[in-house]
Design a protein around this ligand. Structure first.
Ligand SMILES: *Cc1c(COP(=O)(O)O)cnc(C)c1O
Length: 471
């Protein structure tokens, strides 16, 4: 204990020897320069209060002003770090909702920076010099790609559905198959959205089988529209029957009702062309007779969080003029990104190269295996001897509800430990890295699926820190 660390040897309370707020502030010129006087004086007061508390239990604290200032600086710096961090997604779920879904292509990122840094003609017609329409920056692109007359965009697909149902079916009834009353990710449930949209759900059919006559019998003068919801995160198998889009579209037309399809993950192209399992394509729903389709921008589309509504012009015009649209509209940054992502679909041959989501989904499994064989010894060499790392085949998922039952062969690092606690400690250490690595524990293994690891140097640069974090 040096002479500067004060303790209550003489029986006086050390807390009385703490420097005053003013004394510390007078010596905090460089902190004030960087963080401003009100923030620094707040931090000084908080630190001194904290010290007073600590000293009640423990006198072994350095209370020299310089030491106090140093601790304040560390705290101010930490508080300035963003809570949103880049993480390395090795969960095996490519479109992980909790990890922000799609990674955007570079041209979308560049476009976002551009519109963020200067005023733009977001709602300004440069020809007439009058008011413009923000949807125009993406509407014709969506129409071209989906094959519709009109389109509008909102915050996400849940918002899209809310807006469509509130516009076309408020105070009316909507018959929906019991097999399609979907819940997605806990907070989105079709029946809840319908209720909040002001319409009444009429359940038809049974969980496994719904027939056209079930819909036909449910239609009455209060019926506002017919709807089909893509069962995007599960599949009903066995003795099943569902009414196809063409049949439902024909019934809707016969009864003079609009036919709406919530596609969930909107595929603008047929993914089987890239060797992936089949998922419904947006254009097909339109060809099948849907009057309006809704889908997400950040699922298989690979763009920013957004909800796309495409369909018949008279219906889209009504939807667009609903006052709720203003509350759900997209901002210029998202519009800029969405527009660039949509443009990539004009060149499907280059899509897998340009769009990260599709790039990850179509990565050659042999290349992933090679990566696993290279990384396994490197990782094991950086871990305590309690851990063992081997390359192992696994299955990746698309995620965000797409292709629920079909997984994609992949490769990863399977890590075992001498105890469950050690395995959990390693998983926690990975999450504490400067760029946190997120894997998944199952079957007494910590699994790191390498499908989404496009930059292994980033991974390798950090693994030297794991031992220290585990100590
Ligand atoms: C994902 C999904 C939604 C919700 O979309 P968000 O973009 O997450 O709001 C709605 N319906 C279906 C069928 C979905 O798959």
């Amino acid at each position: 204990m040096d002479k500067h660390t004060l303790h209550a040897i003489d029986g006086t309370d050390v807390r009385r020897r703490l420097p005053s707020v003013d004394t510390v502030l007078q010596q905090s010129v460089s902190l004030v320069e960087q963080w401003g006087s009100s923030r620094v004086s707040g931090a000084v007061r908080a630190e001194l209060a904290c010290l007073r508390n600590d000293l009640a239990q423990n006198n072994d604290v350095d209370i020299r002003p310089q030491a106090i200032i140093q601790r304040i600086e560390i705290k101010l710096r930490a508080a300035d770090q963003s809570t949103l961090k880049q993480v390395i997604n090795l969960t095996g779920t490519v479109l992980h909702t909790n990890l922000g879904r799609a990674v955007l292509p570079q041209r979308a990122i560049d476009a976002m920076t551009k519109v963020a840094s200067m005023p733009t003609n977001l709602e300004y017609d440069l020809v007439s010099g009058g008011r413009g329409e923000r949807d125009e920056h993406v509407e014709s692109l969506i129409c071209e790609l989906v094959g519709t007359e009109a389109a509008t965009v909102v915050n996400n697909n849940a918002a899209a559905l809310l807006l469509v149902l509130n516009t076309l079916a408020e105070n009316g009834e909507i018959p929906v198959s019991r097999g399609e009353l979907v819940e997605i990710g806990g907070s989105f449930r079709v029946p809840d959205i319908m209720q909040r949209s002001g319409c009444t759900l009429v359940e038809v059919g049974t969980t496994n089988r719904t027939h056209l006559k079930d819909y036909a019998q449910a239609i009455n003068p209060r019926t506002a529209l017919l709807m089909k919801v893509h069962t995007s995160n599960y599949a009903i198998q066995g003795f099943t029957a569902a009414v196809g889009e063409p049949e439902l579209a024909a019934l809707a037309e016969e009864r003079g009702l609009p036919f709406v399809v919530d596609l969930g993950s909107g595929n603008l192209v047929d993914f089987t062309a890239y060797g992936l399992p089949h998922e419904p394509v947006t254009g097909t729903a339109i060809e099948n007779g849907a009057d309006v389709v809704t889908f997400s921008g950040d699922k298989l589309l690979g763009g920013p969080q957004s909800g796309i509504i495409a369909g018949r012009k008279d219906l889209i015009d009504k939807i667009r003029s609903n006052p709720l649209k203003r509350a759900l509209r997209l901002d210029k940054i998202t519009l800029a990104a969405l527009s660039e992502v949509l443009k990539l679909y004009r060149h499907p041959e280059k899509l897998a190269q340009e769009l990260p989501t599709l790039g990850f989904l179509t990565r050659d499994v042999a290349a992933i295996e090679q990566q696993a064989c290279m990384l396994a010894p490197a990782l094991e060499g950086n871990l305590p001897t309690d851990y063992h790392v081997v390359p192992e085949a696994c299955l990746s998922q698309i995620g965000s509800g797409a292709l629920p039952i079909q997984n994609i062969p992949s490769f990863g690092l399977a890590i075992t430990a001498t105890s469950d606690a050690k395995l959990r400690a390693l998983s926690a250490a990975f999450r504490l890295l400067p760029q946190p690595v997120v894997g998944r524990i199952s079957d007494k293994k910590l699994f790191l699926d390498l499908r989404c690891l496009d930059c292994e140097t980033r991974f390798l640069a950090q693994i030297g820190k794991l031992k220290e974090l585990l100590a």
